[in-house]
Every structure is written in structure tokens, then in C-alpha cells.
Design a protein around this ligand. Structure first.
Ligand SMILES: *[C@@H]1O[C@H](CO)[C@@H](O)[C@H](O)[C@H]1NC(C)=O
Ligand SMILES: *[C@@H]1O[C@H](CO)[C@@H](O)[C@H](O)[C@H]1NC(C)=O
Ligand SMILES: CC(=O)N[C@H]1CO[C@H](CO)[C@@H](O)[C@@H]1O
Length: 601
């Protein structure tokens, strides 16, 4: 493999790509089918006594994990309301049982719907119903949330199992005892003989900017491709990875868990991300690899500096969504850590992995990769929220340096499995007549740009951009720049409407660093230095806490609606004032002058 590729272009990433492909294709040819579960079983035979999971003071070896998942699978098989292959919904936080249960389901050939454990009532029922599960397995601490929706579940004859020693509620069975009493004998392979590469493996819920969450189908093939994410980035069996992102989501599940199954790495599992415990945990467990999403890096960089910031063994950070400014700040502060920014969405069919340590870039255009997974950046109209079309009704590719919507061709090797029970949303992600009449692409919903040297940069989620004075403003970029100010802990930027003006003007809701005062002139100087005038937030609203979703996505809709009216908002509001070079309190008088047009923005 090495020789072949060194002959090619002499690009390392290309060699890696080919190695990955050769491995992937040879696995794909194996019969019986080689699934992610088989990789786990190989690992547990190779090093049964190695720690697979560490959770607080508890630790579990590969072999324990294997046997415990057998017990769960055997206990489940004994349930009358369940047969192997049925879809099962899991409602659990990050804890070892999550992983044991998921492995049990794969042994039974059952797809697992990974419910977000923060959702409740209507939303919970909606997500449960999306995937037609016949069983719900819930963590004991989520009992009340299950009780809430129990009548509807029972009406549908759903078997409800609680991972607890006892249950005082009719209709909810305590499952722990059954698991303890079950045999740990391996499950016959015939139970999963119906599984093909196209079978759903897990359902992962993605929340858009509007509407209820959608269940993205992750099939067995996709799961198999996810195996290489960590190994292709140099993660080895001796590494220790810190998984603190939710396992019900792509980053935690596909990258952290599935990636570690390939490498045979030890996982330090954390119930949830904590800024204050992050580095102490890394030191305590000798963590060498961390995972991130953009927000995590932002939180880490805005935490108070400590003397031992560089005292740890972390050498690699892998994730997506980090901004160039935060990337630099992170390296300065926490030392020489390789950052591997990659791009892939839960349901999407193209990904950029590894490549270069170029600050800000998520990858680089690679001829070979582009041939295999054709993609393009096309002009996007952020006002109309759709791609720009030419006279022939086709999309227009952007020039170098110009942001465009990433679209990727739907093919046999880059399929789009769609959303469960939701043809309408599935269709919305399909884009037709893109470069040729009759072609079919996946609409990633992400704006990217490619520079002269072919480096690819993530710009924004489509919904995260607003227009002001004819310019696109990327809200995440504004937020990132604000949080570099000492006095600002978190920031959420968005655009608000002003009478008599086109588009939306910049505003930010921020929280202040504990014990630090709002310093209008410092923020002013920083913002003027870092942002073009159209992108500067005109208004700042101070909040006690920034509202976020389970994966730290900020909630903007409500803030946008509330605007900047001091009569309606009872939190401190400031307005930028270029004359005094500061942010000053926004009074009712200033507000009415803006409304009447006496003050032009
Ligand atoms: C639930 O089970 C009962 C008894 O087996 C059956 O009569 C009923 O139709 C089932 N309901 C649903 C929604 O499947
Ligand atoms: C971390 O590494 C140090 C030094 O190699 C070792 O003494 C310590 O036991 C390790 N800690 C854990 C939790 O493995
Ligand atoms: C692990 C690995 O193969 N990393 C490679 C990623 O890409 C860069 C640049 O192309 C290489 O230098 C790394 O070796």
C-alpha cells in the first residue's frame, strides 16, 4: 500500500486515504459480514484484561464489557414483547450501561435509537415514535421522565425497562435484576444474520433550527467507515481518550466510542463536559487524546488561567467547529497539542478527515478524494435561504475564497440514508439539478470556502448567518471574538430587525466572567480591532446564563424575537457608541430615537 501511494503524488494524506480504503474494502468483502461488533470482539479476544472503560472510580475491562453485554442481550431475549432484530430505544446518559446496552443490541441485530436524555414529554414521544421501537430501555435516573409518557407508551404495547433494581410503577419493569440473573453466554450469530450494510445500525437525532428533532439513519456501512476516524489520525492502542460529549450524538458516539473500538483504546467516560474538571481529569487519568466541538474549546479558553495549564499529557485534540482565533489561543495556553479538525455531519455523505495542521482549515481539496466523493461549493442566498440558480436553473460554483454551500453527490459509496419516518425532511436535504440537469446532491447546510492553496474552511451553518449592509455576518465568529475579552464568559450573537433598515443588525447576549465587571470601552476596542464594522454587535444584552441545547448549540430564536427594547427586556442592555468609543447603557430615550429614525445605525 505504501509503495503504491508514494508513487502517486507523495502526499501523506493521500497515502493514509488509500490505506484506509484498502482496509475498508477488504473488510467489506469478508463473509460473514464484518461489522463494528466484530471489531469489538476481536479486541476483546486480543486483550481481554485491558481497561476499556473508566468511569469515575469504576473501570471495566474489554472482557467484562463483552460478558456484561451478553447478559443484557440474554435478558432482553427473554422478554415476550421483544424479538431479535426489533428496534430498541435507549434513553440513557453517558454511563457504562449505555455502552453495554448498545453492544447487547448489536449482538441481537437490533438497531438502537439513541434518544437525547435531556428531552421530555411531547418531544420524547416524538423521537421515540420516529423509529418504531418496540422496547424502551431507560437509565434509573430518568424514571420520572419515562413516567410522564408512560400511558402513551403502554397504549402502543411498548415494553418499558428501567435499569434499576426495583420499580414501583406498573408498566415499568426493573431490568437490572433480570440482567444480573441472565447467562453471560455469547449470542448466536444467527440472531443477526438478517443484518446487511444497508441495515440501520443506530438512529441519531439531529435538531435543526426549526421543528422537532429528526432521526438520522446511520447504517452499518456508515458505522464501519466511522471506525477509522481515530486510527487515521494516529490514535494508538496505548492512547487514553477522554469522552465527555454526549454518546447519543455523533461526536461522542461515532468518533469517541466507535473510533476507540477500532484502536482498542481506553475510554475515560464522563457524564458530561465540565470546564472546571476538564484538565484535572486529563491529569488524573493520563489522558492523551481529547475530543471537542467548537463550544468546548471556547469554554476551555475562557476559563480562568491556571499555573498548571500546560501540565498534562494530551497530545491530540480531535473534533470540529473550532475557529482560527480560538485555535491560536488554545495552543498558546495549553501547549503543543495537535489539533485535528475534521468535518462530517451525522447524516451527510462527505467528510474531510486529518490533513495538515493549518490553523483554521478543516482539510484540503484532494483530487483523489474529490473523485471518490464528488462535492462542490455553490453560491447561496442567505436571505432567500436557498442556492442561487442561473438562467438554466443550475447552481453556480463559487470562486476561490468565496463562501458557498457545500453539496456532495449522492452515490453508491456516498449514500444518504435519510431520516426515519420523515420523507419530507429527507427530501429537503436532497438537491437536484446542481451542476447538470437531473443530478442529485446532499445539501449539507454548511457554508465553506476554499482558498488559493486549496485549504478548506468551515464558515457557518446556513441558519447561523445574517445579512447587514449587504454583508454576511457569521454569528459564531462574532461570538468567538467576544469571548476572547476577559470580562465575557459566554456570548451568543444574532441579528435583530430595526425599522427602516434592510436585513438585521448585530446583537449579542453575553454572560460575564464571575466577579468581573462589564467593561464597555475594553469590549469596544476589542470588537473594533477584530471585526469589520458591519459585523460588530450594536447591542449587547447581559444575561445570567446563556441558554443552550444538549450539545451546547445556542438558542437564538427567542432572543431574536425579543430584540433590543429596554421596555421589554429587564436585563442590562448596552449600545455601541463610536463617539465615546464604548458600549453605553441603552436607555428608553435612545431606543425611541432609533425607532423614530432620529438615530441612524
Ligand atoms: C396491544 O396489544 C393488545 C393485546 O395483545 C392488542 O389488542 C392491541 O391491538 C395492541 N395495540 C397496538 C397499538 O398494537
Ligand atoms: C499516570 O502516569 C503516571 C506516570 O507514568 C503513573 O505513575 C500513574 O499511575 C498513571 N495514572 C493512571 C491513572 O494510570
Ligand atoms: C496520522 C496521519 O497520518 N496524519 C497525517 C495527516 O496529514 C498530515 C499532512 O498531510 C500528515 O503530515 C500526517 O502525517
Amino acid at each position: 500500500c505504501t509503495t503504491v501511494c508514494c508513487l502517486c503524488l507523495g502526499i501523506l494524506s493521500l497515502r493514509d486515504l488509500v490505506c484506509m480504503l484498502v482496509r475498508f474494502l477488504s473488510r467489506r468483502r469478508r463473509r460473514p459480514l464484518f461489522l463494528v461488533l466484530d471489531r469489538f470482539l476481536e479486541q476483546s479476544v486480543a486483550h481481554p484484561d485491558k481497561k476499556f472503560l473508566v468511569f469515575g472510580e469504576e473501570s471495566y475491562t474489554y472482557s467484562y464489557t463483552d460478558l456484561q453485554s451478553n447478559k443484557i442481550a440474554n435478558a432482553l431475549r427473554a422478554q415476550s414483547g421483544y424479538k431479535a432484530g426489533d428496534t430498541v430505544a435507549m434513553f440513557m446518559g453517558n454511563e457504562p450501561s449505555f455502552i453495554f446496552t448498545w453492544l447487547a443490541l448489536t449482538k441481537l441485530g437490533s438497531p438502537a435509537a439513541l434518544l437525547n436524555h435531556n428531552i421530555r414529554s411531547k418531544s420524547l414521544l416524538h423521537c421515540f415514535n420516529c423509529c418504531k421501537a418496540s422496547v424502551l430501555i431507560a437509565a434509573s435516573d430518568l424514571k420520572d421522565a419515562v413516567k410522564d409518557v408512560l400511558p402513551s407508551l403502554l397504549e402502543q404495547n411498548v415494553t418499558v425497562l428501567l435499569m434499576a433494581k426495583d420499580s414501583d410503577t406498573t408498566g415499568i419493569q426493573s431490568f437490572s435484576e433480570q440482567v444480573e440473573e441472565a447467562t453471560d453466554a455469547p449470542l448466536p450469530r444467527s440472531l443477526r444474520s438478517h443484518v446487511t450494510f444497508k441495515s440501520p445500525a443506530v438512529y441519531i437525532y439531529t435538531s435543526g433550527t426549526t421543528g422537532l428533532p429528526k432521526a438520522a439513519v446511520v447504517n452499518q456501512n456508515r458505522l464501519l467507515t466511522a471506525l477509522v476516524i481515530l486510527s487515521s489520525n494516529g490514535v494508538k492502542q496505548t492512547d487514553i481518550i477522554y469522552v465527555n460529549l454526549p454518546l447519543y450524538h455523533t461526536a461522542g458516539f461515532l468518533v469517541g466510542l466507535i473510533g476507540s473500538i477500532e484502536t482498542g483504546t481506553t475510554i475515560i467516560l464522563k457524564r458530561k463536559f465540565s470546564t472546571s474538571q476538564f484538565w484535572d481529569d486529563c491529569r488524573k487519568y493520563n489522558v492523551t487524546v481529547i475530543q471537542y466541538i467548537g463550544e468546548v474549546m471556547r469554554y476551555l479558553c475562557s476559563a480562568p488561567k491556571r499555573d498548571n495549564d500546560k501540565d498534562h499529557k494530551v497530545k491530540l485534540a480531535i473534533g470540529n467547529g473550532i475557529r482560527a482565533e480560538i485555535w491560536r489561543e488554545f495552543l498558546n495556553r495549553f501547549g503543543n497539542i495537535q489539533i485535528r479538525e475534521f468535518y462530517a455531519s451525522t447524516e451527510g455523505n462527505v467528510g474531510f478527515v486529518n490533513y495538515t495542521g493549518k490553523i483554521g482549515a478543516i482539510g484540503r481539496v484532494n483530487f483523489f478524494h474529490k473523485k471518490l466523493f464528488p462535492y462542490a461549493l455553490v453560491k447561496y442566498d442567505t436571505e432567500l435561504d436557498e442556492p442561487v440558480r442561473d438562467a438554466n436553473g443550475l447552481c453556480i460554483e463559487t470562486r476561490k475564497g468565496e463562501p458557498g454551500l457545500l453539496v456532495s453527490k449522492i452515490t453508491d459509496i456516498a449514500p444518504f440514508a435519510g431520516y426515519a419516518q420523515n420523507e419530507e425532511q429527507t427530501e429537503r436535504k436532497r438537491l437536484r439539478n446542481v451542476l447538470k440537469k437531473g443530478d442529485l446532491y446532499f445539501n449539507s447546510g454548511d457554508l465553506m470556502s476554499i482558498d488559493e492553496e486549496n485549504f478548506i474552511y468551515f464558515q457557518d451553518r446556513v441558519g447561523d448567518t445574517f445579512r447587514w449592509k449587504g454583508e454576511n455576518v457569521a454569528t459564531t465568529e462574532v461570538s468567538d471574538i467576544l469571548t476572547i475579552c476577559d470580562c465575557i464568559k459566554e456570548a451568543n450573537a444574532y441579528g435583530v430587525q430595526v425599522p427602516g433598515h434592510e436585513g438585521r443588525i448585530g446583537m449579542a447576549a453575553v454572560t460575564l466572567t464571575d466577579g468581573v465587571q462589564f467593561d464597555g470601552s475594553k469590549i469596544y476596542n476589542h470588537v473594533v480591532k477584530c471585526l469589520p464594522s458591519y459585523a460588530r454587535p450594536r447591542f449587547i444584552r447581559i444575561q445570567d446564563a446563556v441558554e443552550v441545547t444538549g450539545t451546547f448549540k445556542q438558542i437564538k430564536m427567542k432572543l431574536v424575537e425579543q430584540g433590543f427594547d429596554p421596555g421589554r427586556i429587564h436585563e442590562p442592555l448596552y449600545i455601541i457608541d463610536d463617539r465615546v468609543k464604548s458600549y453605553i447603557p441603552l436607555t428608553a430615550e435612545i431606543y425611541s430615537n432609533i425607532q423614530s429614525g432620529n438615530i441612524q445605525l
